[in-house]
Design a protein around this ligand. Structure first.
Ligand code: APR
Length: 308
């Protein structure tokens, strides 16, 4: 049977994700936004692009949730993006209320769905979606690691003048400035990164990756959308098509990597069941230390939830 996907938030990230999914042509997509006529307009435009690009017009835009009923996956991108000078954490109070409200409505109509959270601050918003939906941990997962890894891989490919397709990069931890690019697990065509670049150059790329979101906010005046939208669509593919890809995603940890009761970015197996497995990577002592620091930073943001 054809799959059904809801994307909440028809702004930059949501519409990009929806468009990517439309091009795949395996699912009906419902695009929801609070702004009257906006998601309807986006859906109509994306449907008309199908006549040029060769996919069926299977997108519906809505300001409500009736049309979303029975979705297999719900992607939550609703919320405010960053402006220059803002950290992702500055969005916490505004986006907590939005993510909570949209999750409540979405799961009422799609009680068997899997939720992919994209709104920032990502790790904290995963906690909000899990608490609101009351779904079990494997059915609420966040998009951050694929994006952070894509940024790291792009910088490595440009620096070495090789195809990005042959770069296998890994970034773990929270989706903040304390994320952990895992150099020990990063390779190019099977050759470990430390054999290809001096430490100082690696350090520069790691730093650029950590602040990669901020770099884009500086350039665009708002947060990025092409790579985030594509990354969310890749997660939806793996779930809907039961691809069982091993992808860096934000998952609820209960002891894995020495972290308990917290959403963090780790490699997971993603399939029809959602997070079907958390993959354990062997980390260096330094990487473990950085992961603990990243967890502490995520806990700080999570601790302010529910206060406003
Ligand atoms: N219900 C539905 N849609 C909502 C709601 C709500 N309660 N509140 C806000 N929205 C919609 C807005 O109307 C807007 O169209 O969410 C959309 C957000 O789109 P943009 O402002 O373009 O933001 P975008 O760049 O897409 O980022 C969305 O994803 O990557 C994160 O940090 C980013 O938190 C931000 C989110």
């Amino acid at each position: 049977m054809r799959k059904k996907i809801t994307v909440v938030g028809a702004g930059n990230v949501g519409a990009t994700c929806a468009q990517e999914l439309a091009r795949r042509d395996y699912a009906d997509v419902v695009l929801v936004d609070i702004i009257p006529s906006f998601p309807q307009g986006k859906a109509l435009d994306i449907n008309q692009a199908g006549a040029v690009l060769g996919y069926e017009p299977a997108m519906t835009g809505s300001n409500g949730y009736e049309e979303t009923a029975g979705s297999d996956v719900v992607v939550v991108t609703a919320g405010r993006p960053r402006s220059p000078g803002m950290s992702r954490d500055d969005l916490v109070a505004t986006n907590e209320a939005i993510v909570s409200a949209v999750t409540k409505e979405a799961v009422r109509h799609s009680p068997d769905s899997i939720i992919v959270v994209v709104s920032n601050p990502l790790d904290a918003m995963c906690h909000v979606a899990k608490a609101t939906s009351r779904f079990r941990k494997h059915r609420v997962v966040g998009m951050a690691g694929i994006l952070d890894t894509a940024r790291f891989a792009t910088f490595i490919s440009q620096e070495l003048d090789v195809s990005v397709k042959d770069v296998t990069a890994v970034v773990l931890g929270g989706h903040g400035d304390q994320m952990v690019p895992v150099v020990s697990a990063t390779n190019v065509g099977g050759v470990p990164l430390p054999e290809l670049m001096p430490k100082a150059r690696i350090r520069k790329l790691v730093e650029r990756t950590k602040f990669g979101g901020g770099e884009l906010v500086g350039l665009l005046g708002t947060s990025a959308w092409y790579a985030p939208g594509a990354a969310a669509a890749q997660m939806v593919d793996s779930i809907c098509l039961d691809e069982k890809r091993i992808l860096p995603c934000t998952a609820y940890l209960e002891g894995e990597y020495g972290i308990d009761g917290l959403y963090m970015g780790v490699p997971v197996k993603l399939g029809t069941g959602g997070v079907e497995e958390i993959v354990k990577l062997r980390l260096t002592v330094d990487e473990k230390k950085m992961l603990r620091a990243s967890a502490a930073a995520v806990r700080d943001v999570v601790s302010v939830l529910g206060r406003s």
